[in-house]
Design a protein around this ligand. Structure first.
Ligand SMILES: Cc1cc2nc3c(=O)[nH]c(=O)nc-3n(C[C@H](O)[C@H](O)[C@H](O)COP(=O)(O)OP(=O)(O)OC[C@H]3O[C@@H](n4cnc5c(N)ncnc54)[C@H](O)[C@@H]3O)c2cc1C
Length: 437
């Protein structure tokens, strides 16, 4: 758990503290166009949520401006692990207690819909982003977790069955060359992609549709006018009839109501230097994306060319610098693959995932302002899917509705956006994860 001191031997000579993905897809050129004074729709945040909403509104004939405080896609959408899943975290039983059986089913079905939808969307839009239905191996880190996975797998909710299958500890080397685990489950429909290339593709589609992208244009305040909203931005004032907030883990004081509902949690990644082909093939033979059942989530995969391992985890008690944290992440990697001990780190980076108190994303309209956020670390499919839905809601289209519209976006007393409870929670989860099986 401790963040180890930075040891230069761990890093390659060309080490860089930025996402590996940015080597393959350099950050987009800045747009030097002036900010227009008016728009039909102003979208704040240019990640998957903002761009998918913009594709809808611009194609629907609305003059759309997308504003981002940084370069386009600078947030999670160009720095994630590229693992695409069914994504919704709550259990059916938990949701049923809160919302009744029918809504619980419909909410979870949205996760399945999003996973199916994103593959079709990428194909229909011809986005070249290394999308591959590679499947996931979700490994059990204790025998008890294997039994729990098996029990859940044996009694799926009717209508939410999948083609997943269990893999015993004896057989797990067919999926993963690691002795750390006690078997696991394969989800064949989960996928991988290059997140920055995917973002670049969305950006291209949004621009083609006529959206005006305004990077380095932080929105400082939103106020109501008689016919809509006024946005005070770094580049001047923009008046818009509709506003969408798509800032997820980077939501700050711009909207205090949303800030009180989003828990920003840093997730940290490293890329290794190139690893020989035969070693890569022996470590992850089927090119799956990998995660495990620990409370403090670990996720890893190879890069699309199958030359490096990309490994993500949360190891530090407090938010820290990605370079300072890299040795601790590397240590987690070596626990799984001792063969990689001698392979250096070429990139390390982090980003702020937007968590929510009920571990579900939320979308809808509040005080006249549309929003979609809080994908709890599984936003590739969900941010794209719900970004599309919220864009359709702006257009007044029935297909924009989602069962998640019927859920409550809760805060907690005294929470104002600073997750003071994170350090004790991480200590507790770490204790749970490291308890003897
Ligand atoms: C390290 C890491 C690994 C992850 N791995 C996975 C994974 O493997 N699979 C998966 O499904 N999900 C993963 N995620 C989560 C996923 O990337 C996110 O859920 C998703 O990208 C969220 O997209 P978004 O468009 O809602 O937000 P973001 O992409 O975070 O975009 C928000 C944008 O809002 C902008 N912004 C904020 N405030 C303002 C303002 N006032 N004015 C203008 N702009 C503003 C920010 O600059 C930012 O660019 C990961 C996240 C991280 C950080």
């Amino acid at each position: 758990m401790e963040v180890t001191a930075v040891t230069s031997e761990l890093f390659t000579s060309n080490y860089i503290d930025q996402p590996f993905w940015w080597d393959r897809t350099p950050r987009p050129e800045s747009n030097h166009q002036a900010l227009p004074g008016e728009a039909d729709v102003a979208i704040i945040g240019s990640g998957y949520t903002g761009l998918c909403a913009a594709i809808q509104t611009a194609r629907g004939g609305r003059q759309t401006v997308v504003l981002d405080a940084e370069a386009a896609g600078w947030g999670c959408s160009s720095r994630n692990g590229g693992q695409v899943s069914t994504s919704l975290k709550p259990s059916y039983e938990g949701l049923k207690k809160k919302y009744g059986g029918e809504l619980a089913f419909n909410i979870l079905k949205e996760g399945h819909n999003a996973l199916q939808w994103i593959g079709e969307f990428i194909k229909d839009e011809e986005i070249d982003c290394d999308f591959k239905r590679c499947g996931r191996f979700h490994a059990a880190h204790t025998p008890k977790h294997y039994t729990l996975l098996e029990e859940t797998f044996a009694s799926p909710v009717k209508g939410l069955e999948t083609d997943s299958y269990m893999v015993s500890r004896q057989d797990q080397h067919k999926e993963l060359s690691s002795d750390l685990y006690h078997g696991g489950i394969v989800h064949p429909r989960h996928a991988s992609l290059d997140p920055a290339r995917y973002h670049q593709g969305l950006l291209g589609r949004a621009v083609q549709a006529g959206a005006d992208i305004q990077p380095h244009c932080k929105v400082n305040a939103i106020s109501h006018t008689q016919s809509g909203f006024q946005l005070d931005t770094q580049k001047g004032t923009l008046v818009a009839r509709d506003v969408v907030i798509a800032t997820s883990g980077y939501t700050k004081t711009l909207s205090r109501w949303h800030q009180r509902r989003i828990i920003p949690i840093g997730s940290y990644m490293i890329a290794t230097e190139p690893v020989p082909d035969d070693l890569i093939r022996s470590l992850i033979p089927n090119d799956r994306v990998i995660s495990d059942t620990r409370k403090l989530v670990v996720y890893y995969r190879t890069c699309p060319e199958r030359r490096r391992i990309l490994f993500g985890a949360r190891t530090s008690i407090k938010e820290t610098d990605a370079r300072v944290n890299a040795p601790a992440i590397h240590k987690e990697l070596v626990k799984r693959f001792p063969e990689l001990d001698e392979f250096c780190v070429s990139h390390s980076w982090m980003g702020f995932v937007g968590y929510t108190f009920d571990t579900m994303p939320h979308l809808g309209k509040r005080d006249g302002i549309y929003y979609s956020m809080g994908y709890c670390g599984s936003g590739i499919s969900l941010a794209s899917y719900f970004g599309t839905r919220i864009g359709q809601q702006v257009l007044g289209l029935a297909e924009g509705r989602s069962p998640l519209d019927l859920t409550t976006f809760q805060s907690r007393p005294y929470y104002t956006g600073n997750p003071w409870f994170l350090a004790p929670a991480i200590r507790y989860y770490s204790w749970l994860d490291n308890r003897p099986a």
